[in-house]
Design a binder for this molecule. Structure first.
Ligand code: CA
Length: 496
């Protein structure tokens, strides 16, 4: 009895001491977490010359845009497990798709589980953890039930009607391969359009409740197949779309692992198909942006914007021909970099840009601190609250991204890349399978591999030591990457 009383008292004290959240007057700030799938920084607010993204741009105009944000692993499953636990992939044990951290670290509290345990209503619409796209659309995918109180999984015309009409460069496959379709159907009939309308419905309900909420909406576009209403395609005439030049020369100084994400069917691409692929990718972004706008409008219309922190991001970047690569799973800038916008209800300076090095692993500690929710004590990222208060705050100073090369647990190797304000430094299998060094001050496209030239040897030594130190921080306290248990796992909400 006494013990229980003391426990309750300490919880109350804790709530009182941390509940004054950072950016809103109300005690419990809501979270609206919007994530797009396979979206690079092809957005107006990131300076893209063609793509129209007026809704994401207006979110950036009232929040903070992070110029140098990176994923921890440029593949859906590992990136999302890392982001939603606040642990690096070496601590979740998740280095491939179709797995969930309950198979490796079952008692870890996920980001939204921490919110739930303090009374938040947490809802998921669409893809937050890994899904096979498009076949998993309309299901729970490889989800974590303990992370949510409610899940909605609509399936639209892109999944139920149009799959036979989709063009693909790899017949029979349009989830992993470049594939696209200009749909004659309206926004509201597509999966992402249905999700935006479901989000509106959830927000209407939340506006009538006193409980704070964490609403996560995971849009599927611009992941392949690039299916969007045809009107969006007309905004990107193929004649206006430039292609990457000089690929052969660029590839001369690269280790084989740097280019190993290339898929065999991409040899079938010609310049016309490359332009069509980029047109469809851009059209899918603009369509997804319109759905983001639909949700932001619903947030405002329901009077929730003044007490809700909004996040917009993507699970990793995406290649559109740079270095001869398409899609993801490389360690170049285009694959590792993500858009990241955080818009608290109040900021001292709206529309500001933060150039500090940040990662998706930083989102969990950021949102937990911003909302005054108790964080698990083993989180590995840094809170971005100091940057939100002062965009010149330097923070950790680097971001680390990792990828697997040889498959199979026994012989697998890792590539790691460290991004600092000036450099990108990459080691494949500890350097045994090659190194890369790029000077972003002189070479933002990463065309000249200074490691191969033997240049900047002091810089190489310093960066190699810094990379080793960074990698050490990605491991759990045991120092060992957790093993994956292939048996079924149980949801865990209440047994810490
Ligand atoms: Ca993805």
């Amino acid at each position: 009895m006494m013990k229980s009383f003391v426990y309750r008292l300490s919880v109350v004290t804790l709530l009182v001491s941390v509940s004054a959240n950072v950016f809103a007057n109300d005690a419990r700030m809501n979270v609206l977490f919007l994530i797009s799938d396979d979206l690079n920084t092809s957005l107006g607010c990131y300076g893209h010359p063609l793509v129209k993204s007026p809704n994401i741009d207006r979110l950036a105009a009232r929040g903070m845009r992070f110029e140098r944000a990176y994923c921890q692993f440029p593949l859906c499953g590992p990136s999302r497990n890392s982001m939603l636990t606040g642990l690096y992939p070496n601590s979740t044990g998740i280095h491939s798709n179709s797995q969930i951290f309950r198979q490796s670290i079952p008692k870890q509290h996920s980001l939204t589980q921490s919110f739930r345990l303090e009374g938040y209503f947490a809802a998921r619409i669409g893809k937050l953890y890994h899904y096979q796209v498009p076949k998993g659309i309309g299901t729970n995918g490889h989800d974590d039930p303990a992370s949510w109180e409610m899940e909605l999984n609509p399936a639209g015309c892109d999944r139920l009607i149009e799959e036979p009409d989709i063009f693909t460069i790899n017949p029979g496959n349009f989830g992993g391969s470049l594939s696209w379709y200009a749909s004659p159907r309206s926004d509201a009939e597509h999966t992402d359009g249905m999700q935006a309308r479901d989000a509106e419905w959830v927000l209407e309900r939340c506006a009538k409740e006193s409980r704070p909420f964490f609403l996560a909406v995971g849009f599927y576009r611009p992941h392949t197949p690039y299916v969007a209403p045809e009107e969006y395609f007309t905004h990107y005439p193929t004649n206006d779309i430039p292609l990457v030049q000089g690929v052969k020369e660029d590839q001369q100084d690269l280790p084989a692992d740097a280019l190993a994400s290339r898929k065999p069917e991409q040899a079938r691409l010609n310049d016309n198909l490359r332009r069509e692929a980029k047109q469809a990718y851009f059209a899918s972004i603009e369509f997804m942006d319109a759905q983001v706008g639909y949700v932001l409008d619903a947030l405002e219309r329901n009077g929730l914007a003044d007490n809700t922190i909004v996040v917009f991001t993507s699970d990793h970047g995406y290649h559109l021909g740079e270095h001869g690569l398409w899609q993801k799973q490389s360690l170049f800038e285009e694959s590792a970099r993500v858009p990241l916008i955080i818009a608290p209800p109040s900021l001292s300076k709206t529309g500001s840009v933060c150039e500090s090095l940040v990662g998706l692993v930083d989102l969990a500690p950021t949102l937990l601190e911003a909302c005054g929710v108790t964080a698990p004590d083993n989180l590995q990222g840094q809170s971005l609250v100091p940057m939100l208060k002062d965009p010149t705050h330097a923070g950790r100073g680097w971001s680390l991204t990792q990828v697997v090369r040889k498959k199979g647990r026994a012989e697998r190797t890792f590539g790691y890349t460290l991004r600092t304000a000036r450099w990108r430094y990459t080691e494949w299998d500890g350097g045994n399978r090659g190194r890369e060094l790029y000077d972003h001050d002189a070479d933002p496209q990463e065309l000249t591999n200074l490691a191969l030239l033997g240049d900047d040897s002091d810089t190489m030594k310093e960066l190699s030591a810094q990379l080793q130190q960074a990698v050490a921080t990605t491991l759990p306290e045991s120092g060992e990457i957790p093993q994956i248990d292939s048996v079924l796992w149980q949801p865990n909400l209440t047994d810490p």
